[in-house]
Design a protein around this ligand. Structure first.
Ligand code: PAF
Length: 294
């Protein structure tokens, strides 16, 4: 596996593969501390054929709290071993100074309006500007044919899709379902920061999503009227289990808008604190089945 730290070298490598070798290039952007969820993205990229390039960059621009950026786990040596074993062709792991030579005074940012504004956008102001900006920079540097994102960060996925469509990035965006522990907890780099006690309680988040979905699916004719009552019940359960909920909502899956009568493809989204750790998760809710993001 090639390891590239210099932004200009990653562009040169991408051009060599795509133009000289005429292979396609699939890209998996990450912030490292890799787990099975990331490796599922890598496997998906592998299965699409061609070369696979992964980036590891803890992007300061998308952290609105300095303590969160500082505590973000960095495990580069171990990540390199995992990526090499997964058959990745190259890793791009730049320094922050190489990505942002003018520091936090970055002269241009990408702002995606609409889908980035509610939910995470409300609770983490500026977060999606940081994500969209770094992903745009990475796309320009790596010039991939395809990029792979996880459905666990469902709103992020929609923000990236909106950016690609609005700015005509020539990149296909593929989404991969959430990978879960056997007790249902969605894999996340933040799970390692849960205390042993909180780790035992954490699966209640996914159980509440499932129970909310089941309750809604019992009465599909009552959508969206029954949603507030179902969600209030689940929020109460989460509070009893020790969570502090930022939001628990049912939204349209295509744009995260408020559902109206006749909307059938929805998603239940949640963000909640357990101890000092903020967990997010989601479950797709379609008439008649659990499906999709999950
Ligand atoms: O999902 C992530 O790990 C990050 O938000 C991403 C897409 C790599 C951008 O920094």
């Amino acid at each position: 596996m090639r390891i590239v730290r210099d932004p200009s070298q990653v562009t040169a490598l991408s051009r060599e593969w795509r133009f000289r070798d005429t292979t396609t290039l699939a890209f998996v952007p990450t912030m490292g501390n890799l787990h099975e969820g990331h490796l599922a993205l890598v496997r998906h990229a592998r299965e699409r054929g061609g070369r696979v390039l992964v980036s590891i960059f803890v992007n300061p621009l998308q952290f609105e709290r300095p303590d969160d950026l500082e505590l973000y786990p960095r495990t580069l040596e171990e990540d390199i071993r995992k990526l090499a074993a997964a058959g990745v062709d190259a890793l791009f792991c730049p320094e922050a100074a190489a990505m942002y030579p003018s520091g936090s005074l970055i002269p241009a940012r990408v702002v995606v309006s609409g889908v980035s504004e509610a939910l995470e956008g409300e609770y983490r102001p500026g977060h999606f500007d940081g994500v969209a900006t770094v992903v745009a920079k990475l796309f320009n540097l790596v010039q991939p044919d395809l990029a792979v994102f996880g459905e666990k960060d469902f709103q992020q996925l929609l923000v990236i899709r909106a950016m690609v469509e609005a700015l005509d990035f020539p990149v296909v965006i593929d989404a991969v379902p959430t990978v879960r522990e056997s007790d249902g907890l969605a894999l996340s780099s933040r799970n390692g920061r849960l205390s042993p006690h909180d780790r035992q309680r954490a699966p209640e988040l996914y159980r509440c999503l499932r129970d909310a979905a089941e309750a809604c699916l019992l009465e599909p004719d009552q959508w969206p009227g029954i949603f507030p009552e179902v969600l209030a019940r689940m929020e109460h359960r989460l509070e009893k289990a020790g969570f502090r909920t930022d939001y628990l909502r049912i939204r349209r899956a295509r744009d995260l808008g408020e559902p109206v009568a006749g909307d059938h493809d929805l998603i239940i989204v949640v963000a909640a604190w357990l101890g000092g750790v903020r967990l997010i998760d989601n479950l797709r809710l379609r008439h008649g089945k659990f499906a999709g993001a999950g």
